[in-house]
Design a protein around this ligand. Structure first.
Ligand SMILES: [Fe+2]
Ligand SMILES: [Fe+2]
Length: 458
């Protein structure tokens, strides 16, 4: 229950709001005009929330808001507006309100706005908050015009987040483009909102991959996207039994529902849809691992899943690295960074060992993915005879993904460049069968043809 002050210049609407709020157990005070409201609020120290129509005949909701922010900053403010009015409201103005509710109001929308306005984090324009409490999402996810379900933030500096959109706002494509022009490629959701966003994506990807009418590219794209969101959740929450199980299920469904479509075009969309983050590296490695199990004709689902999980988690020991550090070459690293980098396979294996259901094969892959047959790898300079064979497949995939990344960073490079790079390598350094399968995949462009070529040459 709260002491709420409602302002609306339409007496009938004001009555309706009063009744709705009293039904929810609140104590309600009212005024038809902004000025009258300000006078009454000035004399009443118990008001906790002000709900005001944005457009009033004398003064408007925004003027009340400005007065409240100057004189009663502790009072939460909910503005009621139509979609059209909301679009004319600038972000700076929006940031002063605690919540918005669309007009006409319903019992449910009003309750949601009140709950939101009372959230402890508030809507200060500049929030200093731990980054682990926010989940990062590519701003392009919001390119299709839709109503925002959760508050959206951008990150200004290391620990400062700025609210740019409230629930109910329309985040138009132009807004997204403006952010990108300003060099903002990611938006942030609060932890529990991010979890909800991930849940919705997880359900969506399952429905997409299980749908026989959806093509291979779309299935792959949605799987990649959800795999990246799972990486972000692992960064925020840490690796746990639940998110490990979700990764496993995601790729199991992908593996079992794309096999029949393996003659779809492989590279055009997929290679170029490879994202800009370390998460893309992990998720993309897992997709390539899935395709290679098909090209190389692996029949055991258990082995395929272990390989795919090894690919996805191979760099999990670097999950807390910044994007910049993740993509630095060892030669560009400081001594401290280098030390940590050389430790990432062990750290990753330790993270996975804490969980109940992780197969030993996956842990071995993660721990050994920088070892090689010449005994010059790290962290243990293992000998060829002690290397777990699947690790060799992942080492080649890891290398392949790095070359593809170079394409992404330098658009002049074409896929022929990838092929040249693959062919120029010392044939004995990487696993020969894996390199052959990768070359077939690039040359043939279709997984089905790549498989035939691989079978003929191996
Ligand atoms: Fe690595
Ligand atoms: Fe890697």
């Amino acid at each position: 229950m709260a002491q709420i002050f409602v302002i609306d210049d339409d007496p009938a609407h004001l009555d309706q709001l009063k009744n709705l709020l009293e039904k929810q157990g609140h104590v309600v005070h009212t005024a038809l005009q902004g000025l009258a409201a300000i006078k009454k609020i000035n004399k009443n120290d118990e008001i906790e929330i002000v709900i005001s129509s944005l457009t009033l005949s004398q003064g408007n909701g925004n003027q009340v808001l400005n007065w409240l922010r100057l004189h009663r900053n502790h009072i939460k403010v909910i503005l009621l507006s139509t979609e059209e009015e909301a679009q004319n409201f600038t972000h700076a103005e929006k940031s002063k309100a605690d919540a918005f509710s669309p007009k006409p109001v319903t019992e449910e929308s009003l309750k949601k706005a009140i709950d939101l306005s009372l959230e402890p984090i508030g809507f200060d324009s500049d929030i200093s908050y731990h980054p682990d409490k926010f989940g990062r999402v590519d701003v392009l996810d919001f390119i299709s015009q839709k109503e925002i379900e959760h508050p959206i933030y951008v990150k200004l500096s290391n620990d400062n987040f700025y609210l740019i959109a409230h629930p109910g706002d329309l985040f138009a494509p132009e807004e997204v483009k403006k952010l990108i022009e300003k060099g903002i490629h990611y938006i942030y959701l609060k932890e529990k909102d991010f979890d909800h966003y991930l849940d919705i994506n997880t359900q969506l990807v399952k429905a997409t991959v299980l749908n026989k009418k959806v093509n291979f590219q779309k299935k792959t794209k949605t799987t990649l996207h959800t795999a990246e969101l799972l990486c972000e959740q692992i960064r925020m929450r840490g690796l746990n039994d639940q998110n490990f199980a979700e990764v496993k299920e995601l790729f199991k469904i992908y593996l079992n529902n794309t096999i029949n479509e393996i003659d779809a075009e492989f590279y055009t969309e997929m290679l170029y849809s490879f994202g800009r983050t370390p998460y893309s590296h992990c998720s993309f490695s897992a997709i390539i691992a899935t395709l290679l199990t098909q090209v190389m004709g692996w029949s055991s689902e258990k082995n395929s899943i272990n390989l795919i999980l090894g690919a996805y988690f191979h760099d999990i020991g670097m999950i807390h690295y910044s994007d910049e550090l993740f993509f630095k070459l060892p030669t560009q690293m400081t001594a401290e960074e280098m030390k940590e980098y050389f430790h990432h396979p062990i750290k990753g294996a330790q993270m996975l060992s804490q969980l109940k259901e992780v197969p030993k094969e996956v842990i071995d892959i993660v721990q050994q993915h920088h070892e090689n047959i010449f005994g010059t790898g790290f962290p243990k300079q293992m000998k060829k005879s002690s290397l777990f064979p699947m690790t060799r497949v992942i080492t080649a995939i890891d290398y392949f993904c790095e070359i593809v990344q170079q394409i992404l960073f330098n658009r002049e490079n074409k896929l022929e460049y990838v092929l040249d790079e693959l062919q120029s390598q010392n044939p004995t350094y990487f696993d020969e069968s894996t390199m052959l399968a990768l070359r077939c995949l690039i040359k043939e462009k279709k997984v089905k043809n790549a498989k035939l070529k691989y079978e003929a040459q191996s």
